[in-house]
Design a protein around this ligand. Structure first.
Ligand code: GLN
Length: 273
């Protein structure tokens, strides 16, 4: 089959843009270049792979899992069904965190822990952007940690990986805790493409989605230096309840809630300076 045949085949099941995405990925060409190669013959292995991917997409599998890749903050991250697909909002969390780091701390050598790291997107990106940070990525899932390890190697950063249930077995002290924990309430309706494909371990949390914020905030004092920053991604209706939890366990802190680009309350920064 030629490239042109593959386009026709794909268009029977998918939108033209999806076909272009799959082919450009498979053939290593950019979208427009595909049309300069319409009459090229494609080898059998690639045809089989292409047909599998067409079927997966047609069956409502997220494109990031089909391609096993997502662009996050300009970096390519490997992802599969064992980890959450990194979201655009989480890029905003990182951008603001980098700003807070500049304003809160005078020293440069800072220790950071990313709790529930999944693919490692948060910790690895922070390290890329600020190589002086000493970054630990923690997750309860061994499969997720293997993916974070692969991404760290692929993106050439040196980080520490740790398996654990949030801070339960962590004794080290850190300057920064950052987390995008599971925060969807167990009875909340979410898009089927998310519910049917992404790991529930990474999505849902008990106590109306607040369980992990309380778990982290109630135990983190033992792991924090005297000046610190805690950066959380949050669900858009959780702001007030999380601020309340933070005030219950930590005193003498400032708390800011920031909105995402769509104007929703999506990030909380708790800090002492
Ligand atoms: N830290 C990862 C992310 O932000 C995974 C988060 C999670 O699994 N809840 O995408």
């Amino acid at each position: 089959m030629t490239v042109s045949d593959l386009i026709e085949y794909g268009k029977k099941y998918l939108h033209k843009q999806e076909v272009q995405l799959l082919l450009s990925y498979l053939l290593g060409l950019d979208n427009l270049e595909i049309y300069l190669h319409l009459n090229d013959e494609v080898d059998e292995a690639k045809i089989t792979k292409y047909k599998t991917m067409v079927l997966e997409l047609k069956n409502n599998k997220p494109i990031q899992y089909v391609l096993k890749n997502v662009n996050f903050y300009g970096y390519p991250f490997y992802v599969d069904e064992n980890v959450l697909i990194p979201r655009f909002e989480t890029e905003e969390l990182i951008e603001h965190t980098l700003d807070y780091i500049k304003h809160i701390f005078v020293k440069q050598q800072l220790k950071v822990i990313d709790l529930g790291c999944g693919s490692g997107n948060i910790g690895i990106t922070l390290k890329k952007k600020n190589p002086l940070l000493d970054v630990t990525c923690l997750d309860i899932s061994e499969k997720a940690l293997n993916i974070a390890k692969y991404n760290a190697q692929n993106l050439e950063v040196d980080i520490t990986l740790l398996q654990g249930d949030m801070l339960d077995d962590v004794n080290d002290k850190f300057d920064i805790i950052i987390s995008n924990p599971p925060y969807i309430s167990e009875n909340e309706e979410i898009e089927s493409i998310v519910r049917d494909n992404e790991p529930h371990l990474a999505l849902y949390a008990p106590d109306d989605g607040l369980y992990f914020y309380e778990k982290i905030l109630s135990t983190c004092s033992k792991n924090l230096n005297s000046l610190f920053l805690i950066a959380f991604e949050i669900g858009m209706t959780q702001k007030d309840r999380i601020i309340e939890i933070a005030n219950k366990y930590l005193n003498d802190v400032k708390i800011d809630c920031l909105k995402d680009l769509q104007g929703r309350d999506r990030m909380i920064f708790i800090y002492r300076r």
